[in-house]
Design a binder for this molecule. Sequence first.
Ligand code: ZN
Length: 392
Amino acid sequence: MSRYAVCAAIQQPDPEKEHQRIVFLSSCYDFPFDTTRALEFALFRPARFTRYVVPRALRLRGALGGLLSPRRHPRLRTEMRRPSYPERYVMGKWGRRNLVDGKPTRFDFVLLLLMHHMRNFKRGALAKVGLVAIGVLLHGLLFAQEEQGSAKLLAVWAGMLPVILSAPHGGREPVPGVPVRRGIGVPQFTTERDSNTAELAQAIGRALGDRLDAKPFLIVARFERKYVDANRPHAAAYESAAAKPYYEAYHRALEDAAERVRQHWMGGLLLDIHGQGAEADTIFLGTDNGRSVSALQQKFGNEALTGPKSIVGQLALKGYKVIPNGAGEAREQRYTGGYTTRTYGSHRGTQIDAIQLEIGSNLRARENLDRMAIDLADSIAVFARQYLLAVR
Ligand SMILES: [Zn+2]
């Protein structure tokens, strides 16, 4: 998406009702560099702190906006020109105690900043810096709290495409304080990981971002399936109260992505990425035999599902065995989709067409993962250009 397209997109929404959207567009697409630096500045993780954030923070891009622009503050400009400045700053009186051991705290940074500006600026500027520093400190603390919670075991991207990728079964991490599920009385109980599907979903997301110049939404469980199964209804998904927030965070992220796609594109595609070992070189599609893609079917007919510009059609062109593929085995038998496709699919009036992809074990083996991701991204991109992004 070009910057002018972003600018146009920012001008459209109603500032009163859609301020969040405007901030999102502005921070993720108009000023992504500045926002990233500002967030790093606010969150400053210790490892990056001395190496990266301190020197950058001196330039104070983004976080402090124009308040401290070198143009308006000639002394800052002079400071910035000195190549040795960051080192001196780190090794200074305040830095020596706290930074050299590699464990700075947020307070250290804010104090450093304040000390610096007390020496350099007039009182008015100091007040501004103080306010910004307090804001940064609060922001950092709030984010830190959020990161410590259930969101820590998820990878979530906010997208700029009407495409959502999810992967509930590829996680490798234990959930703190949660025992392994036992599955007593749970139908179709399994704790098996869909190996490499978390990595695959993210690789597809990156490749799709390259092809369409905008990233998809992505929700990947980093928690392992044996603790929480995100592709099951509540009762079958987890067994202890401590696990519930992780399950709920996953579905909140999915709902949020679906809601944004509805709001901004009137509908879109959800691909739920899984792995199967029954047929190692096959990709099975699960849509509850068309129910979860009923909106797509109604709008464009079977062509959008199995035609040359469908995902199935594109994968077949690349030589993959896909079942069902519109010919031969027309019905889904072994894999018909799961909780996610049944909950978020368009047969529920969600405007989101949901497809479960069960990728064979050979296709998602380490050595084939990149190829699979690129081929899937290519196929999704062709489909998206034809059916999701075209001006109608
Ligand atoms: Zn699975």
